[in-house]
Design a protein around this ligand. Structure first.
Ligand code: PEP
Length: 257
């Protein structure tokens, strides 16, 4: 982390877990375990239908609500889709785009991820743009080449003032939900590489200011070491964000002096 230049973000991704009725007890337990001093921005991304309940319950301990996906279209005959304006209207501040599960199960490609990020920016929602390599790509030494391609594609047409409202999440696919975490060195290396790619597009200042998160089996035990890396500005957390005590421990790990 480097709090001098950028904000630290700890974002949970609940995926298709939990019920709206479980949010209040979750937040009460989270609040009881949170540190008094705030050293990061806290976000919980939930299914669209649960965003209003998260907005309401999150107010008390300043947890921002986020969506997990958004339509790339503004409005119209797109049955089942949720638009950026609809997310903004119910109070979402962030939204994940390009999660590997969307790419894998819903065939989302880089162009669509870019369109979704831009749709969110247009409505004042901060996109959390996910990128990351497969195990095969890592083993073939293609990690940085592939991740650089994803970052450039996702940011296409996004200008420097909009970049300030984007968060990038490096999530190696082989580490998501597997209990296999990238080592702090591996995660740092790719996050540093992502910042270099951004520097190449936008210049030094915007690159220095963009928050880059690590995601992939981050938990209460490994968070401190991952967050100690200079280019890792927070975490996108799946499984551990479903447990209030573990999520609070990860939040506490952002307090590194
Ligand atoms: C995720 O889904 O974004 C994620 C990082 O999941 P987990 O923490 O469970 O690996």
């Amino acid at each position: 982390m480097n709090r001098k230049y950028r904000k630290t973000v700890i974002a949970g991704n609940w995926k298709m877990n939990m019920l709206a009725s479980e949010i209040k007890p979750f937040m009460e337990e989270l609040k009881a375990n949170l540190p008094k001093a705030r050293t990061c921005e806290m976000v919980l991304c939930v299914p669209g239908v649960m965003v209003p309940a998260m907005v309401k319950a999150g107010k008390d301990c300043k947890v921002a609500a986020g969506g997990e996906d958004v339509s790339c279209f503004e409005k119209g005959a797109y049955t089942g889709e949720v638009s950026a304006s609809q997310l903004a209207d119910v109070g979402a501040k962030y939204c994940i785009v390009g999660h590997s599960e969307r790419r894998q199960y819903h065939g989302e490609d880089d162009m669509l991820v870019n369109a979704k990020a831009r749709a969110l920016l247009d409505k004042g929602i901060m996109p959390i743009i996910c990128v990351g390599e497969s195990l095969e790509q890592r083993e073939s030494n293609l990690t940085m080449e592939y991740v650089a391609y994803q970052v450039k594609a996702a940011l296409s047409g996004i200008d420097a003032s909009q970049l300030r409202r984007c968060v990038i999440a490096y999530e190696p696919i082989w580490a998501i939900g597997t209990g296999k975490t990238a080592t702090a060195e591996q995660a740092q290396e790719v996050c540093e590489g992502i910042r270099a790619v951004i520097r190449g597009i936008y210049g030094a200042r915007p690159a220095r200011a963009v928050s880059i998160l690590y995601g992939g089996s981050m938990n209460a035990k490994n968070a401190y070491e991952l967050l100690a890396q200079p280019d890792i500005d927070g975490g996108l957390i799946g499984g551990a964000s479903l447990k209030p005590v573990d999520f609070a421990t990860i939040i506490k790990a952002t307090d590194q002096g």
